[in-house]
Design a protein. Structure first.
Length: 273
């Protein structure tokens, strides 16, 4: 009897570990059922579209566009470790992009209320989190974005970890608001990196980062210091109008082709390299 029980347990274990593929729609169904999502060494097939969540509310914006917005909510823990996403990962969806008053198609944004982990993950297509809000700890450490990584206007209310992350496509952090500390240490930006107007109120670590294309820090506000120690800018680095407060470390920084610090201020004074 004991041997039979052990055999059934082993078969069950093999069955569970062999289940290494799951669709994005299955994950959404788990969240809709109020379940935490914890996956390791798995492949997610199809799009993981958080804008499909049933937990949503309508936000009617007034003005010349009068466009309907839907705010979707992820209220459970998300944890993906060493996972591959074969489709898009969407925390933002705009149906009918364009700056014209005739665009009355819905806009979808997603808020993440619990901890979010994407560690050592591979995003093979676009990952869009534009306008998303992250209320708990977030990590994308050791991950790889093969296509566009869109974090424009995203709000992070707790510490964020992008260390050792590889951005093969464009990385857009324009207007992003980091309320707490954030690290991009040893990250690799192969395409353009946009941090224009980004807010870093509690300090940021860009040490040993490689910027392989244009790096835009124009109007960026470093309120509590920043380190670019050992960082390499292989193309242009634009810090025009940027503001540095606190300790700023550029030890061993390699400005390859061109660095623009015009109108830059450090602790209220004109920038001097």
């Amino acid at each position: 009897m004991r041997s039979l029980f052990l055999l059934l347990l082993l078969v069950s274990f093999v069955s569970l570990t062999a289940q290494s593929r799951i669709s994005g729609s299955e994950i959404i169904a788990m969240l809709d059922a109020g379940k935490d999502v914890r996956l390791e060494n798995a492949t997610v097939t199809g799009d993981l579209d958080f804008t499909k969540l049933a937990d949503r509310e309508e936000e009617q914006k007034e003005g010349w566009n009068s466009r309907v917005n839907y705010r979707c909510h992820v209220r459970n823990t998300l944890s993906f470790v060493n996972c591959t996403f074969e489709g898009k990962v969407l925390g933002y969806l705009s149906e009918g992009d364009g700056w014209n008053g005739k665009n009355n198609k819905p806009l979808y944004n997603v808020d993440f209320h619990d901890a979010v982990t994407f560690r050592d993950c591979k995003f093979t297509e676009d990952a869009h989190f534009k306008y998303s809000k992250f209320y708990d700890e977030v990590t994308f450490a050791d991950s790889r974005f093969s296509e566009d990584a869109l974090f424009k206007y995203t709000e992070f209310e707790t510490p964020v970890d992008f260390s050792n992350t590889n951005f093969r496509g464009s990385a857009n952090f324009k207007y992003t608001d980091f309320e707490e500390e954030v690290t991009f240490a040893s990250a690799d930006f192969s395409a353009n990196a946009d941090f224009k107007y980004t807010k870093f109120p509690e300090g940021v670590d860009f040490s040993k980062v490689v910027f392989g294309d244009d790096a835009d820090f124009k109007y960026t506000d470093f309120k509590r210091g920043v380190t670019f120690a050992g960082t390499t800018f292989e193309d242009s680095a634009d810090f025009k109008y940027a503001k540095f407060s606190g300790d700023s470390d550029f030890t061993g920084t390699d400005f390859g082709r061109h660095a623009d610090f015009k109108y830059t201020r450090i602790n209220g004074q004109k920038w001097k390299m």
